[in-house]
Design a protein. Structure first.
Length: 289
């Protein structure tokens, strides 16, 4: 393979996706992003292995001819957000200053985002394993986008509890820091498999309330926890409760829009214009681009 380096690329096996006839489809990754690759089901690749394979500009890669790479730097194969993470965090802080104005809102926000350990993990967190924002910094990028969309929807539709909605948007996915393992090939932790990020997120809020010496109002806490609990919208989408508050509906719509459009953006990067993309399970269709 070394004779023509320009046409070969190194990828990490990030995940085994699904079978397509007599082929197994894998999710491949490096620092530049993702590709899908197909290999005969008679052969097998394991998560975390790195291979060198002939690359194609668009579409799925045929990985029938490849070489294993034994000596590699893990960070070279973990996709990262394209925008500087500190710029993302600055935008999050700007919306926070505008919308989180009550004493109890600031205190709950600061419990998490003034904690250096939490903040460092948050900046490196991923938004998903394969569904959306599945790259280092993806959690922060997704959080910013959901906060922004929540703010816009609150202003446009005169939401009575704008602060609760925006703070809930900021906290809605903090459970993913313990649900998802982003320190190697992206995968679910045992806690994530057993509990999921919604339950974990509510537990994190409860821990904060137990440690903060402040008389939070019952309504404030009930609504923050309610938004986190309901942010997937429906039971069949993983919410313990379906939306039944104005602010939780807004958060759910903002979350869904950003997750969907991020997935579409990733599909666009690997699909030639004026052609059909592969079928994508996240959006349950193929796209004509």
């Amino acid at each position: 393979m070394s004779e023509n380096k320009n046409s070969y690329t190194k990828f990490m096996i990030m995940k085994k996706l699904y079978k397509d006839g007599n082929k197994q489809v894998y999710l491949l990754s490096n620092k530049n992003g993702y590709k899908k690759g197909k290999l005969s089901v008679k052969q097998n690749l394991n998560m975390g292995e790195v291979i060198e394979v002939e690359d194609s500009t668009e579409g799925t890669i045929d990985i029938s001819d490849f070489e294993y790479i034994k000596d590699f730097n893990l960070e070279d194969y973990l996709p990262s957000v394209k925008r500087p993470i500190n710029d993302i965090m600055a935008d999050i802080e700007e919306i926070t200053k505008e919308c989180i104005i009550s004493e109890e809102g600031k205190i709950l926000n600061d419990y998490f985002f003034n904690d250096e350990k939490f903040l460092e993990e948050f900046k490196h967190g991923i938004g998903g394993v394969s569904m959306h924002h599945n790259y280092i910094g993806g959690l922060a990028e997704h959080t910013l986008n959901v906060m922004y969309l929540t703010k816009v929807l609150c202003d446009r539709y005169n939401c009575k509890r704008r602060e609760v909605a925006v703070l809930s948007a900021k906290l809605h996915d903090i459970g993913k820091l313990y649900e998802l393992d982003y320190k190697g090939p992206f995968k679910y932790t045992l806690q994530g498999e057993l509990e999921g990020h919604i339950v974990i997120g509510v537990q994190m809020i409860d821990k904060a309330l137990n440690e903060i010496d402040y008389p939070f109002s019952e309504d404030f806490i009930r609504r923050i926890k309610g938004c986190i609990t309901q942010h997937h919208g429906k039971l069949e989408y993983g919410s313990p409760r379906a939306c039944n508050m104005e602010e939780s509906f807004i958060l759910n719509y903002a979350d869904t829009v950003d997750a969907t459009m991020n997935k579409i953006e990733q599909i666009k990067e690997n699909t030639k214009e004026d052609t059909w993309s592969d079928y994508d399970r996240r959006i349950e269709t193929k796209l004509y681009l």
